[in-house]
Write a protein that binds this ligand. Structure first.
Ligand code: NOJ
Ligand code: CA
Length: 699
């Protein structure tokens, strides 16, 4: 390899050769890099001789340096890598990292500008990034535009959500290039370009080409740089990177040397390969935490859904608007009597967790500040070491410890990220002093500093800072309303999960159609696990409030299957304890299901329609299967060839009853057992909006 590289470099210099290609290890993908006569870098990508990406430009523009044209190739380096690594938790106990690499070293302006573009071509896709070496010219850049293009040759199908600088909590559109404008017409517009009719979408997004290829576009290792959206030109079937800017219009402030995040394309003609791909993790740096023994997957319940189901329950201790500014002594406030984060109630949750074997209890609304929600200045709204008067922390700390359950901390920052940084050390120390080792963070509202967005460079830096400080304190983190994950959980495995998409909570606010969870694994989950909060057994909000018509797009059996199809080492059983007591046999599956796996086999998949997956428990020989469908009923085919060849197994199947339906009959389920072995094929009916969950134990 080294020799070839040397020869290529020599040729490049001698003949000013402007085209270089590499193939994936299995030969299916071909990446071609070229320069136009004007020295504009561009690339193409083919899969099994079909075009994936047609000629697409590469480069960056900053106020100080234009890195988009006038280049020549100085040299190229190539390498082939085949190695494995072991994640601390995840879908697989071992991950293969196998790719061919090409680095193209470019120069322009008589050597005054340098840029390396590095490509890694895997069997399951491509990653590439810009590497900015120390320059002979300016070394501090204010980047306004990255001109990375993703051009296509046809009016492909697109699965996407609108390009929003601040939220990703949207339902998915299934559309195509020419219908995109219609699909996104009702969403708010964030930039001048969007307001003028320009179309942006977020990553991860998925394309299905007209000749049957699936392409996921995202980024990996987003660090020190803003998140990337995609500006779409529907007539040209093309997309261009759109970096989230601050309010000055600057996207990234960089000091050289600097490597951008990887731009990623996961490609296959088999939808299951998109779900199985570990490409985004492979493009992240190895784990930076030396001792990871304290990082443990978590199955938890929480004082949480009570506030969503209504009956006027509040995170606040007293009525909203009563405290601050001015109020410093919360004991002087009148309690509203609708505050679930109180000592007695939390004790009940701890008892329930202990009885049913959960690791933790999340308690939201435990600390001062909720009354002040929405105040204009939000100047230190929340204090992270000040429990409300009715939350007896020393008592609860000791009670939880005695019962072998961990309390889980909640830090809602109301998006005052700057103030959170100031309180961070005190907040984490307070956690450790009170025996907490995991925190759910949240950033609801407009980010403070006000010049920033949820996914701009400053917030990407903030998220990394919080995760690193948490690691110093041996604290695990689940972040909500943070920049979308890009596989950094490989480097910082204490980052167990994120929200960063429309989660289960929306079942109380309009509902999530069944297709929603048939889409997230193809898109959002490619960046990392999601705190989706499955386990909803009471699916009609009218159960709590007459007249509230919100209804979950799910059956009970499907909720069980989500523990398999939405894999996460941080998994909630979201419903109220009393609802689990109503369905104890179905609840047994939630108690049994692991949250960490040593192997995973995707058996069936089609985006927005269905997913069937089998997983092997990391801590036993038990297998589990989850199958879900969209609003159409279907029969899943479960081929048990994932089982070892010898032995017979008992499969306990939690399935929709024959008359189950997400809308009219969501709580109709059956539990049956069958004997299975390697070679067994099971036809498993799934109700409209339904699913099936199976536990498979060796006899
Ligand atoms: C939004 C989060 O997604 C939700 O889980 C949390 O309960 C609320 N913010 C309050 O912090
Ligand atoms: Ca949220």
């Amino acid at each position: 390899m080294k020799k070839i590289s040397a020869i290529l470099s020599m040729l490049a210099v001698v003949f000013n050769m402007a085209a270089v290609s590499i193939t994936s290890p299995d030969g299916n993908l071909v990446l071609n890099f070229e320069l136009t006569p004007n020295g504009v870098p561009y690339y193409t990508l083919d899969y099994k001789n079909k075009p994936v990406v047609t000629a697409s430009a590469l480069g960056l523009k900053s106020d100080q340096l234009d890195l988009t044209d006038g280049f020549h190739i100085v040299s190229t380096d190539t390498a082939s890598v085949d190695r494995t690594w072991e994640p601390v938790w995840g879908e697989y106990s071992t991950i293969r990292d196998n790719f061919n690499e090409l680095a193209v070293n470019l120069a322009g302006n008589e050597g005054k500008r340098g840029l390396t573009i590095r490509f890694k071509l895997f069997n399951d896709g491509l990653g590439f990034r810009y590497e900015l070496p120390v320059q002979k010219g300016p070394n501090h850049l204010t980047v306004k535009d990255e001109v990375t293009e993703f051009n296509f040759n046809d009016n492909h199908k697109l699965f996407c959500i609108p390009g929003d600088y601040d939220t990703d909590e949207y339902l998915w559109s299934e559309t195509n290039f020419t219908d995109l404008s219609k699909a996104l017409s009702s969403y708010r517009k964030h930039s001048e370009a969007q307001r003028a009719g320009g179309l942006s979408i977020q990553t991860p997004m998925l394309i299905k080409t007209n000749d049957g290829l699936y392409i996921n576009i995202h980024e990996a290792a987003l660090d020190g740089y803003p998140a990337m959206l995609l500006d779409v030109d529907p007539e040209k079937y093309s997309m261009k990177s759109h970096l989230v800017p601050d309010r000055l219009g600057v996207s990234a402030y960089l000091q050289m040397p600097f490597n951008t995040p990887w731009r990623t394309l996961i490609v296959s003609d088999d939808a299951r390969d998109i779900l199985a791909s570990q490409l985004v993790l492979n493009l992240n740096e190895p784990c930076k935490i030396e001792d990871t023994s304290w990082i443990k997957p978590v199955k938890y319940i929480g004082v949480w859904w009570e506030m969503f189901t209504g009956n006027q329950k509040t995170w606040a201790y007293s009525d909203y608007g009563l405290a601050k500014p001015g109020v410093t002594d919360y004991t002087k406030l009148t309690p509203n009597g609708r505050h679930p984060a109180n000592t007695e109630n939390v004790k009940k949750y701890i008892d329930f967790a202990a009885k049913h074997g959960f690791d933790g209890v999340l308690v939201e609304g435990w600390n001062e500040g909720w009354e002040d929600w929405g105040s204009y200045r939000k100047n230190r709204q929340f204090l992270f070491d000040k429990p409300y008067p009715d939350f007896d922390l020393p008592l609860l700390r000791d009670y939880a410890k005695e019962k072998g359950v961990k309390l889980i901390m909640h830090h809602e920052t109301a998006a005052n990220a700057a103030d959170y940084e100031l309180q961070l050390d005190r907040a984490f120390k307070f956690m450790k002093d009170n025996n907490y080792d995991a925190v759910k963070t949240g950033y609801v509202g407009a980010i403070i500093p006000r010049s920033e967005h949820h996914t701009s460079q400053w917030m990407v830096d903030h998220a990394r800072h919080v995760i690193e400080r948490a690691a110093d304190y041996q604290i695990m983190v689940d972040s909500h309303e943070a920049p979308r994950p890009t596989g950094l959980c490989r480097t910082y495995p204490n980052w167990l999960a994120q929200e960063s998409a429309r989660g289960g909570e929306f079942e109380s606010m309009g509902g999530n159609p069944p297709s929603h969870t048939c889409m997230l694994p193809f898109t959002r989950l490619k960046g990392g696990p999601m705190d989706y909060t499955p386990g909803l057994f009471e699916t009609k909000m009218s159960y709590y409030n007459e007249g509230k018509d919100s209804q979950a797009g799910t059956t009970i059996a499907r909720q069980l299957a989500l523990y398999l199809t939405m894999p996460s080492p941080w998994q909630m059983a979201c419903d109220l304890p009393e609802n689990y007591d109503r369905f104890p046999d179905a609840f047994q599956f939630i108690k049994d299901v692991p949250v960490d796996w040593s192997d995973s086999k995707y058996l069936e998949a089609e985006p927005n329609q269905y997913i069937t997956v089998a997983r092997l428990d990391k801590n036993s020989d038990d297998w589990y299967v989850g199958a879900i469908t969209d609003e159409n009923g279907r029969t899943a085919t479960i081929d048990f060839n994932f089982l070892p060849k010898d032995g017979t197994y008992t499969a306990t199947i939690y399935e929709d009853a024959p008359d189950a339906h997400w809308k009219d009959n969501p709580q109709a389920y059956r539990i049956r057992t069958v004997k299975v072995k390697h070679g067994t094929k099971l036809k498993q009916p799934l109700a409209p909006g339904g699913g099936a969950a199976i536990r498979i134990v060796k006899n």
